[in-house]
Ligand binder design. Structure first.
Ligand code: HEC
Length: 113
């Protein structure tokens, strides 16, 4: 009888441990948020779509890309350039939402020296 009791205790313990373990593992998937800060989002977009021409710091100048470190263009104008393109620069209105264009335009303001 005593043996059975100990066995049951052990079984319960092991069961409890494995339960809490799997709970921790399945927590993560629900923490995704769509309301990320615009600056962080803008940086990500810039690194995805813009570095090929403008470079990581805005001064690479591939395909005659404007040096964003010296650009004095206000953010509204940048939104316009990014949306509709200009000369060698491709328009992004098909690729990015208005919000994303705004976020990346704001990010380019931070490249200024
Ligand atoms: C295919 C290469 C290319 C890509 C990709 C590109 N650009 Fe450009 N960008 C250019 C060129 C070339 C110019 C200069 C256009 C001109 O001379 O009128 C320019 C100009 C600009 C300007 C205007 C600067 C000023 O002061 O006149 C901004 C702002 C800008 N780009 C932002 C971006 C952002 C943000 C992205 C990513 C979403 C991006 N560009 C992607 C090539 C590119």
């Amino acid at each position: 009888m005593k043996k059975l009791l100990i066995f049951t205790l052990f079984a319960t313990l092991i069961y409890a441990c494995s339960q809490s373990g799997s709970e921790n593992g399945s927590e993560k998937s629900s923490s995704e948020s769509t309301t990320a800060a615009p600056s962080a989002d803008g940086e990500k977009i810039y690194k995805t779509y813009c570095v090929t021409c403008h470079g990581l710091y805005g001064d690479m100048g591939a395909s005659g890309a404007f040096n964003l470190q010296v650009s004095t263009l206000p953010v509204e104008e940048r939104i316009n350039v990014i949306t509709n393109g200009r000369k060698a620069m491709t328009p992004f209105k098909e690729l990015l939402s208005e919000d994303k264009i705004k976020a990346v335009a704001e990010y380019t303001m931070t490249l200024k020296k």
